[in-house]
Design a protein around this ligand. Structure first.
Ligand code: PEP
Length: 248
């Protein structure tokens, strides 16, 4: 809304193979895609190079994580410089699976955001509360704390997108209602206005994630502060294009 370019991200998580990627890329390449929408596909790092070769040129690609320094003795990690080197422009950081399964703390996520931006990547930074936090009435407190840890490390807001992903809605088939999403998105925008600036609050895309699919994306997309989606399971299917096209 309000002049912000709609962005639809796919997060494949730890899924896919060369064969399935080639098949999806073929389907998407043949589909009619709204070119007003920015599309970013988060693939497993191992396949980023291949995905870049296969996908339509208008689809940007993203890694799903990156470390906080450029190189060195960090077995198993990948750096933003490597991600750029294979043709990806984005990285998803702070995803709830990184936070909760791999125990990444707010401060580490902040440092990763800082280094990714310094390295020239664009960042989809994820925030969101657990079910027990929502039920305790702590949603905004949790999201504000996560925003604070990210914002302290942001040098260039034009290269940051915030993804609000309530953890109870990720991969569960339980979507936040358009009203629930709008409420938190509006609060995140208000947080940016108070803690960063009015211009950044007005320009920053805040996208929603959590069981988005073709059947629920249109209603969510109509909300004033919903500027796109981050899509997990439904981004592994040919009809992900229907989500990209949901504002048409
Ligand atoms: C995600 O992984 O960011 C996500 C929102 O997953 P899903 O769409 O499958 O709930």
């Amino acid at each position: 809304a309000a002049g912000r370019r709609f962005l639809v991200g796919g997060n494949w998580k730890m899924n896919g193979s060369k064969a399935s990627i080639a098949e999806l890329a073929k389907a998407w390449g043949a589909a009619k895609v709204d070119d007003n929408v920015e599309v970013v596909i988060g693939a497993p790092a191992l396949y980023l190079d291949y995905v870049r070769q296969q996908l339509p040129a208008s689809f940007a690609t993203a890694a799903q994580n990156s470390y906080k320094v450029a190189s060195g003795a960090f077995t198993g990690e990948i750096s933003p410089a490597m991600i750029k080197d294979v043709g990806a422009d984005w990285v998803i950081l702070g995803h709830s699976e990184r936070r909760h399964i791999f125990k990444e703390a707010d401060e580490l996520i902040g440092e990763k955001v800082q280094h990714a931006l310094e390295s020239g990547l664009k960042v989809i930074a994820c925030v969101g509360e657990l079910l027990e936090e929502r039920e305790a009435g702590d949603t905004q407190k949790v999201v504000d704390r996560q925003m604070h840890a990210i914002a302290g490390h942001v040098s260039d807001w034009s290269r940051v997108v915030i993804a609000y992903e309530p953890v109870w809605a990720i991969g569960t088939g339980k979507t936040a209602s358009p009203e629930q999403a709008q409420e938190v998105h509006a609060n995140i925008r208000a947080w940016l206005k108070t803690n960063v600036s009015e211009d950044v609050a007005a320009a920053t895309r805040i996208i929603y994630g959590g069981s988005v699919k073709p059947a629920n994306c249109v209603e969510l997309s109509k909300k004033e502060d919903v500027d796109g989606f981050l899509v997990g399971g439904a981004s592994l299917k040919p009809d992900f294009v229907d989500i990209i096209n949901c504002t048409r």
